[in-house]
Design a protein around this ligand. Structure first.
Ligand SMILES: C[S@@+](CC[C@H](N)C(=O)[O-])C[C@H]1O[C@@H](n2cnc3c(N)ncnc32)[C@H](O)[C@@H]1O
Length: 208
């Protein structure tokens, strides 16, 4: 960059307020969940906002999340899907976490549009992919076992609509573990991808 303003001491505004998006009760729940974010490995507020915008821009109707934890990101995705009239399937293998998440979905009033699946992500994806009527997703958020991203992708690819989006988290925080996925998707002829260097790093891939 040739010319750069001196921004010393300037606080850069990065996002709008969440107040227009959620009820006061849900805002309160999300701010409670923010406090335990590190314990539950949740995406940060800005990343959640970004994923929500992607769903709205793409008018996604059938979304999948791999890695629910306590449901922080899930609530954001589901809230965006309320706007588009869509639904969400979320996968988590830790029953205690999924139970906490399900309680949080009820508190946030999004339980009706979420199908929670307990189990190993690869097994559940295989079950979906090899079923008689495999689902067709238009938005997928990958945020579970970093070493398995490549396996998730190979199973998701045939179940993703053209024009669908895959957003994969932790590209910057766990680059070595997710590198096979990054190499595969950035070289894949059917995807247009870009790393968004916010927080732990999200790779957004659009199916051409
Ligand atoms: C980074 S956390 C998800 C955080 C959540 N997306 C959020 O931002 O609120 C990853 C979650 O994936 C789950 N997980 C890890 N490996 C998994 C696997 N193989 N199958 C299903 N869930 C898995 C973990 O138990 C953990 O709760």
């Amino acid at each position: 960059m040739k010319f750069k303003e001196n921004l010393e001491g300037v606080e850069i505004i990065k996002k709008s307020s969440d107040n227009n998006l959620f009820s006061p009760k849900t805002l309160n729940l999300l701010s409670e969940l923010d406090k335990t974010r590190e314990d539950f490995w949740n995406v940060d507020n800005g990343s959640a906002n970004f994923l929500s915008i992607l769903i709205k821009i793409n008018n996604s109707k059938n979304a999948l999340e791999i890695g629910t934890s306590n449901g922080y990101s899930t609530i954001w995705l589901a809230n965006a899907l309320k706007t588009t009239g869509g639904k969400l399937t979320t996968i988590e293998f830790w029953d205690n976490r999924l139970n906490v998440a399900i309680e949080n979905f009820k508190k946030a009033g999004v339980e009706n549009i979420i199908e929670s699946r307990l189990g190993q992500a690869v097994m559940i994806l295989e079950e979906m992919a090899y079923s008689k009527n495999p689902p067709l997703f238009d938005f997928v958020f990958i945020d579970a076992n970093k070493s398995e991203y490549i396996k998730y992708f190979k199973l998701i690819h045939p179940m993703l609509k053209k024009g669908g989006i895959i957003a994969a988290d932790n590209i910057l925080s766990h680059y070595k573990k997710v590198e096979p996925y990054v190499i595969e998707i950035t070289n894949h002829k059917e995807y247009q991808s870009q790393l968004i260097p916010m927080d732990t790093g999200i790779m957004v891939s659009y199916k051409l």
